[in-house]
Design a protein around this ligand. Structure first.
Ligand code: L34
Length: 295
């Protein structure tokens, strides 16, 4: 039987409705959540993600400050801008879209964002807090994946989860979230990567497969257990002469074949991507609420 398609756009709409309620609550206290969006350079994919983030802010009623900087921007100019937003009481979240141009040290930039405004959850303070289960900002893509699973009725407790990919933005934090002793965790997690000896053998054991390798067709049907849940985090642009812009988007999963074996599967586009954006809105609202508590 073919898998149920998990509609990320639909879950995102539902969560954005919930956020509108919280934003209305803040408005009654005279507060509007604010997000500073910073993009350096003109990578077409990054531009489209950042534009989608700003549009989503507007749709739910979050103020967004749009900062598009030329690729030649220096590290100290970027640090200066971040410092300005760290000090600005109207700004509750700061997003520096990655990747940054090669001449800018990413670690130095992420460390400069005040942890209380780090709505991406990339600052070492938030990463550390997440690992030990303290209150923090959860990174958007991993948090979006967990929300998608829980809201689709997937049981995490005791589940065998295999994550393919060990990046700092997805694989590593997601593994940490899923092993937490919580309603959003309690899973048994294996993390596979480029040096894993027998990828297929690991993936075949999984009740839940999470593909975050950044490479098309990493997960093929022969690797997937009958009835498994398959979450595709990959967003790869592949050349396609028949498409109007010359490319099409595919994930890391061989979708058409794998959907015949899985019980649930996320599409690309329309799966995890819209959830990532929604969790950024969620963290920005959360940050504004926390700031309000201290007034
Ligand atoms: N700082 N940098 C920072 N935070 C992030 O959370 C990200 N990420 C990743 C890249 N760099 C970042 C994103 O925003 C990936 N990412 C992201 C966000 C949204 C989408 C994809 C990746 C998305 O909306 N994807 C759509 C299709 C978009 C298209 O048509 O190009 C989808 O439906 O999957």
């Amino acid at each position: 039987m073919a898998a149920k398609i998990l509609d990320g756009k639909q879950i995102a709409v539902q969560m954005r409705e919930e956020l509108k309620g919280r934003i209305a609550g803040l408005a009654q206290r005279g507060i509007r959540p604010g997000l500073a969006v910073i993009l350096v350079g003109d990578d077409p994919a990054s531009k489209s993600y950042v534009t989608a983030k700003e549009k989503a802010c507007e749709e739910v009623g979050i103020y967004s400050s749009d900062n598009r900087l030329v690729a030649a921007t220096t590290e100290s100019e970027l640090l200066g801008l971040i410092e300005r937003f760290n000090q600005d009481p109207k700004i509750h979240g700061i997003l520096v879209q990655l990747p940054l141009p090669k001449h800018i040290n990413e670690e130095r930039i992420l460390n400069a964002i005040c942890p209380e405004k780090d709505v991406d959850g990339f600052h070492p303070v938030n990463v550390g807090r997440m690992v030990i289960g303290q209150r923090c900002f959860l990174p958007c893509t991993p948090h979006g994946v967990v929300q998608m699973l829980v809201r689709s009725g997937v049981v995490l407790e005791g589940a065998e989860v295999v994550i393919v990919g060990r990046s700092n933005i997805v694989g590593k934090p997601l593994a940490n979230l899923l092993i937490q002793k919580s309603r959003f965790g309690n899973a048994t997690v294996t993390v596979c990567h480029t040096k894993t000896r027998n990828l297929a053998e690991h993936v075949r054991r999984a009740d839940i497969v999470i593909a975050a390798a950044g490479c098309p067709r990493t997960i093929t049907a022969d690797m997937v257990k009958e009835g498994a849940v398959v979450i595709d985090v990959g967003v790869n642009r592949v050349e396609d002469a028949s498409a109007k812009n010359g490319y099409r988007l595919v994930g890391d999963v061989d979708f058409e074949a794998v959907r015949q074996k899985a019980s649930m599967i996320t599409p690309v586009p329309g799966g995890v991507g819209p959830m990532t954006i929604t969790m950024l809105l969620y963290n920005t609202v959360e940050s504004a609420e926390r700031a309000a508590e201290f007034r």
